[in-house]
Design a protein around this ligand. Structure first.
Ligand code: ATP
Ligand code: MG
Length: 177
């Protein structure tokens, strides 16, 4: 279960997060990967908005975990500075809890601590020189979504359809490729 899309702008990246949100169930884990500044937080901001979270969804880079209230509780974690993989679950009792949605930036670094059932989102700046692309305020990202586990099997066709529908925005901007 995988979808490859292209998000030309930060808003397009957030829009993809918003597309994912209505498909999320309690206990879901969304693992985000991609280099510094790839757009992981931007994606989670859109996902949070899609869950009905009000107010600012800031990067958890320094506090390591932020909690938000939406249709489902959202735990937004950053694993970049964790010393040990297992430290993820010590950040907050509700990280990976069965009644919340947990989003983990740099989730690939702590994959061993994540459940096998999860949605992996990988953001890759599109440019020969990634350093230039990540420094630009607006530059395209390739967005790869891969769903793992039978818990996603029933939901995947609808999510894939919604992602495909997001390919063209009303102003004609191409979101997916
Ligand atoms: N297509 C795009 N999608 C997402 N962000 C983009 C895009 N183009 C440019 N940007 C910019 O890249 C930056 C992405 O920042 P963001 O904090 O979301 O990345 P991150 O992957 O969470 O970074 P970090 O590794 O520090 O956690 C923002 O400044 C955003 O405006
Ligand atoms: Mg971030």
């Amino acid at each position: 279960m995988r979808a490859e899309l292209r998000a030309p702008t930060p808003d397009a990246t957030a829009a993809l997060g918003a597309v994912v949100a209505p498909h999320l169930l309690p206990g879901d884990v969304v693992s985000l990967a991609g280099p510094l500044g790839a757009g992981k937080t931007r994606f989670v901001q859109g996902l949070a908005a899609g869950l009905g979270v009000e107010g600012r969804v800031a990067s958890p880079t320094f506090v390591l975990v932020r909690r938000h209230r939406g249709r489902l509780p959202l735990l937004h974690c950053d694993a970049y500075r964790l010393e040990r993989v297992g430290d993820l679950v010590t950040l907050d009792d509700d990280v990976l809890a069965p009644d919340v949605v947990t989003c983990v930036e740099w989730g690939d670094a702590v994959a061993a601590a994540l459940p096998a059932t999860r949605l992996d989102v990988t953001l890759t700046p599109v440019a020969a020189d990634v350093a230039v692309a990540t420094a630009a305020p607006v530059a395209p990202r390739d967005v790869l979504l891969v769903a793992h586990g039978s818990a996603w099997a029933d939901r995947w066709p609808a999510l894939a359809a919604d992602l495909t529908a997001a390919v063209t925005t009303p102003d004609g901007t191409e979101v997916g490729a």
